[in-house]
Design a protein around this ligand. Structure first.
Ligand SMILES: Cc1cc2nc3c(=O)[nH]c(=O)nc-3n(C[C@H](O)[C@H](O)[C@H](O)COP(=O)(O)OP(=O)(O)OC[C@H]3O[C@@H](n4cnc5c(N)ncnc54)[C@H](O)[C@@H]3O)c2cc1C
Length: 413
């Protein structure tokens, strides 16, 4: 029988959950303090990168991060006053760089990521969003064959999992994307990737669909929960009380505060990223281009060319540091010489990062009708729909399509 479910968070993950909950016959109310898609899901790189099965924490990563940090043009930045708060997270992150843990996390991500696009397809179709979606993949670019060889363990990890990609020669790269600087002479094509031409419109379109099907969207801030012997009985906001049979916490980088109210302490850090969008770039590209060494991605969008990057850890409430978006732009100029920045807009968003790169999915160990759907770090657009599908299965007491044990909130991070 359909339940009355409150979803907290109207980002891409919350709307993925709301959409699939409706498909399972539930009544849905989505609560967010901002309009759907106006938070982190607004400004991402648009990639549906379903083969991205390796966690961020890898052997040797900390060495790489220190190098990045010391490089003024590098993607990593810290705010030292945030360090004391961040140390426990960093310690857990380091522990996840152990090979045996990397193997476990890769196994879990290999069950979760590859079905991501298939989960999106019916939602895109029902919401009339297919025009915003492009197939044809992502293109990773490298300075030369030696740089690609240096990254080969990453690609071998994919190959070991049977995930497809094609190595592209210098000549083929010129044919695929003539605007890319001649400084890049090797590439890998991710044949299974898709990208969207406006991430915000994807979330807004899903919100419209949810409302058309009888769901409610409420603009308010959740502050607490009413609890009874059977679990959570209502969600309390600044402006009211919303009785529920079940609640889904999909509040992105802010979810730890709400989980704590339900008795679960979870290590969640905001990994801030920046974008610049160039409405008059003067450059035409057909793929989502990734320069792995600089952690930069460039996507052709309806609003112009979007360049995303940076991995900043200033703490979630820190003000913007627009030097980061300048760094992102300067990398964009190196990759696509001659781009025009006139009319550029800039933005930042908070990637919700767990120490093991696995999102938190599934039921609360304390309240049988509270469910978690957060911590999607750099892959929330990719996995918003598969998350929704899994959460709807869990709320409906169906067997879940994949084993959610590695994703539970009370795992050993
Ligand atoms: C620069 C950048 C590039 C990226 N590129 C990609 C990409 O190419 N592909 C990809 O898959 N992912 C990408 N990501 C990651 C992706 O954007 C995120 O993983 C995703 O947006 C997270 O979605 P979410 O719904 O969990 O969070 P959000 O979109 O942040 O939504 C959470 C919502 O919860 C609300 N909320 C929080 N607390 C409360 C409360 N107490 N009461 C009411 N509402 C509350 C917030 O207002 C917010 O709207 C990128 C991220 C960044 C920053």
């Amino acid at each position: 029988m359909g339940q009355n479910v409150v979803v907290i968070g109207a980002g891409v993950v919350g709307m993925g959950c709301a959409s699939y909950l409706q498909r399972d016959g539930h009544q849905v109310t989505v609560i967010d303090r901002v309009e759907p898609g106006r938070s982190t899901s607004f400004g991402n790189g648009g990639g549906i990168a379903s083969t991205f099965v390796l966690p961020l924490a890898m052997p040797g990563l900390m060495k790489k991060y220190v190098k990045y940090y010391l490089d003024p043009e590098g993607p990593v930045s810290l705010r030292w006053s945030h360090m004391p708060q961040m140390l426990p997270f960093l310690w857990k992150f380091l522990r996840n760089c152990r090979p045996e843990r990397v193997k476990e996390c890769t196994e879990a991500l290999t069950s979760f990521m590859p079905p991501a696009y298939a989960a999106w397809k019916p939602l895109f179709e029902e919401a009339g969003l297919t025009d915003l979606v492009r197939a044809g993949g992502g293109l990773w670019i490298y300075k030369d064959d030696a740089a690609l060889r240096h990254d080969w363990p990453f690609w071998q990890g994919r190959r070991d999992k049977g995930l497809p990609f094609e190595v592209i020669s210098d000549d083929e790269l010129r044919q695929l994307e003539p605007s890319i600087s001649r400084d890049y002479k090797a590439a890998v094509l991710e044949t299974d990737w898709h990208y969207v031409r406006n991430p915000y419109k994807i979330v807004a379109g899903l919100a419209e669909l949810v409302q058309r099907k009888g769901g409610k969207i409420v603009l308010d801030e959740v502050v607490d929960f009413d609890r009874g012997p059977e679990g959570v009985t209502a969600v309390l906001t600044k402006g009211g009380r919303y009785p529920c049979d079940a609640v889904v916490i999909a509040a992105g980088a802010w979810s730890d505060k709400l989980a704590r109210k339900l008795g679960s302490k979870v290590p969640l850090e905001s990994q801030r990223g920046y974008h610049v969008t160039l409405p008059n770039s003067g450059v035409d590209i057909r793929h989502l281009i990734i320069a792995g060494a600089a952690k930069i991605a460039i996507t052709p969008m309806d609003m112009g060319l979007r360049i995303v990057g940076a991995s900043a850890f200033p703490g979630i409430d820190a003000p913007a540091d627009w030097r980061q978006s300048e760094m992102v732009l300067s990398w964009g100029k190196r990759i696509l010489p001659g781009i025009n920045a006139e009319g550029m807009t800039q933005w930042f968003g908070e990637r919700p990062l767990t120490p093991d790169s696995l999102p938190v999915l599934g039921a609360s160990p304390h309240f049988r009708n509270a469910f978690y759907a957060f911590g999607h770090s750099h892959m929330g657009l990719t996995t918003g729909a598969i998350t929704g599908k899994l959460i709807a299965e869990a709320v409906s007491h169906k067997p879940t399509s994949i084993d959610l044990a590695p994703f539970r909130i009370d795992r050993s991070y």
